[in-house]
Design a protein around this ligand. Structure first.
Ligand code: HEM
Length: 524
């Protein structure tokens, strides 16, 4: 104990807190906490210590420290601290929030099998088709918002999980056709689930990500409050009710998918029919498919939204990307995954968008399972360890003084001949940003996400000119959520060449023809 007290003198530096509550008042209610943490990073360095009402919190601000602590010592840092509200909501079943448990291990194994680098290649055709559909929608669909269009495109992953027919059809059991999947309420604390699966999954995502936002629930700082009875603790009643509703919705999605998937290719069918789901209970299968859909959806659509926003702010970047696409692809064919290595500028745009505005600037903390040290600093057993991904992406020592700017060139160099650009060797096989997290809990969908972003960004830039519309841009959104809120902005999409509309339709007809052809071949 004396030893531990002596060690505590070597805790990392951090802002001075109050007696008992520590730094809780400085953090609670602070929207976009990653900005405050990054301000502290410049004052305190690679690790910051915060006292959250008695709970030690170590913030990791530098990529080097994250690699050393979370990757090299991953056996000690893969468990999650307890978040009481999240746990009541279903955090023990929701993969990104579970502890380092057998359930998590089984879920991770099953999802890795279908999302790893090699498996991700099989989704290229559906991702290419979805990118074409997105461009068509951006140009010609005036009935839905930009967000809805991007969400629909990011839902490609849902067709992999639930099967194409299920995604195109309603997810509701037929007896409930037209009605919400579960009861709907207008209360802000009430999880809203409707017949629109994309909206429902987004709502589920926010219910979870806001439940783990630092300081959002007093009970997480003062666990004794967990024992307050339900009628005095609305958080408990709400969370238990929402857990039941989510479980029911995930079960419905799963069972509908099994009914609709004649080809038995969806993740649901594979978990049911093959050894992939061997170690998972039925309920775990509903949850893992539901939660992976949640994890895929808003991360990808938020990143695409930030890409479009960046193009309105940086026309010179757009001009260079257009120049590369015209030179490499031309106008008589659409971009393809086989073009990837010939499009270094577009690849750099993908890296830079994830660096500049990651969809998850901070993530669910880990817990230190033992007393540990990083350099001279002491990390006490039981401390929550928080990844400040934003701070790592905005590290001036790594990226230079212009970290605020959107500049894909930071990942590029001239070729030896000096007439072309190439990705710098150190970024060829590295992300060049920290936005997928670290260690054993690193994003399991990163390959699929990178591919979706590459083909989406490529196809949009190939087809359209993104032009800003003069309007008031609202950047300063106050949000107690770990998802990066997209700014309010407006833009115009202008076709880059004549005949684009009929060319896009022709591409879609071809995709449809090949799919039907493949389906009928499989039936024979
Ligand atoms: C731009 C897109 C995406 C970004 C930036 C992103 C980022 C992240 C981050 C930061 C984490 C937490 C890592 C940590 O704790 O260190 C995570 C976890 C996760 N992501 Fe992603 N993600 C993206 C897309 C996807 C997609 C497309 C899928 C599924 C197809 C997915 C599935 C998951 C899952 C299941 C986890 C939990 C992993 C675990 O706890 O073992 N993500 N993601």
């Amino acid at each position: 104990m004396r030893n531990s007290n002596r060690n505590r003198r070597n805790l990392p530096p951090g802002p001075r807190g109050w007696p008992i509550v520590g730094n809780l008042p400085q953090v609670a209610g602070e929207g976009q906490i990653w900005r405050l943490l990054t301000k502290w990073k410049y004052e305190y360095g690679s690790l910051t210590y915060l006292n959250m009402g008695g709970q030690d919190l170590i913030v990791i601000n530098s990529r080097r420290a994250a690699l050393e602590i979370l990757e090299r010592r991953s056996a000690m840092y893969s468990h999650r601290p307890r978040h009481i509200v999240c746990e009541y909501l279903g955090g023990d079943m929701a993969m990104p929030f579970t502890g380092y448990t057998r359930t998590w291990q089984n879920m991770r194994r099953a999802t890795h099998e279908v999302l790893n680098n090699q498996a991700a290649v099989q989704y290229h055709p559906v991702q290419t088709e979805e990118a074409v559909i997105l461009v068509q929608k951006l140009l010609f669909d005036h009935s839905s918002t930009l967000r809805e269009k991007l969400n629909a495109s990011a839902a490609t992953m849902l067709s992999v999980i639930y099967g194409r027919k299920s995604v195109n059809a309603s997810f509701l059991p037929s007896s409930q056709e037209g009605k919400p999947a579960v009861t709907v309420s207008a209360s802000p604390d009430r999880l809203l689930l409707t017949s629109d699966i994309l909206q429902s999954l987004a709502n589920i995502g926010h219910r979870f990500t806001s439940s783990v936002y630092p300081g959002s629930y007093l009970v997480d700082a003062f666990p004794i409050l967990e024992h307050v009875p339900e009628f005095l603790a609305p958080w408990k009643r709400d969370a238990m009710r929402d857990r039941k509703d989510m479980s029911k919705a995930f079960q419905t999605y799963y069972e509908e998918a099994l009914k609709n998937d004649d080809n038995r290719e969806s993740l649901c069918a594979r978990l049911t029919d093959t050894s992939l789901g061997g170690n998972l209970t039925d309920e775990e299968k509903w949850w893992v498919t539901g939660v992976v859909s949640v994890a895929a959806l808003e991360t990808t659509s938020t990143t695409l939204a930030y890409f479009i926003f960046a193009m309105t702010l940086y026309p010179e970047v757009q001009r260079k990307a257009h120049e590369e696409l015209d030179r490499v692809i031309g106008r008589t064919q659409n971009p393809n995954f086989s073009d990837m290595m010939n499009l270094p500028y577009i690849r750099a745009v993908v890296k830079e968008i994830l660096r500049w505005n990651p969809p998850l600037p901070v993530v669910v903390p880990r817990i230190a399972l033992e007393d540990d040290r990083y350099g001279d600093y002491f990390i006490p057993k039981g401390a929550a360890v928080f990844e400040n991904l934003w701070g790592m992406n905005y590290d001036k020592e790594v990226y230079g003084p212009d970290v605020e700017d959107f500049r894909p060139e930071r990942f590029l160099q001239q070729t030896e001949k000096g007439d072309e650009l190439e990705i710098k060797p150190e970024y060829e096989n590295e992300d060049g940003h920290s936005s997928y997290g670290f260690g054993r809990r690193k994003c399991v969908g990163k390959h699929v996400a990178d591919n979706a972003l590459f083909i989406g960004i490529c196809t949009i830039l190939w087809a359209v000119d993104i032009k800003p519309v003069e309007c008031k841009i609202d950047l300063a959104r106050h949000t107690l959520d770990t998802v990066n809120p997209i700014p309010d902005f407006q833009c115009k999409f202008v076709p880059r060449f004549e005949g684009l509309d009929s060319f896009l339709q022709q591409l879609r007809d071809n995709f449809e023809y090949f799919r039907q052809h493949k389906d009928s071949e499989q039936q024979i």
